[in-house]
Design a binder for this molecule. Sequence first.
Ligand SMILES: [Zn+2]
Length: 102
Amino acid sequence: MGRRSRKKYKVFRPVQRTLPKVFQCPACGSMTVIIDVETYVNELGEEKKRALIKCMNPKCGLRAELAELPSIFEAVDAYSRFLELYGTDKMKTWFEKGEFIE
Ligand SMILES: [Zn+2]
């Protein structure tokens, strides 16, 4: 007892990526897109996901919303769906400008 066998050293834990991943924006081409994914239950009682896509480039301000995504979808899956639907009328897309006016 009392014998310190454990050296004091820094444990490098693998960094838990809590930061939102950023994706490339199809409108302005910058790596400024973040995606919020949330789970909800639709009228049929099925668990679905909804994604809000936001471009953080103030000159762009692209926003898109995807609903009725399978509950296994993660942000990256939502992103590929978003790219597929970008430019079609199957997805709600708009531009939010003026948020970052100096
Ligand atoms: Zn953009």
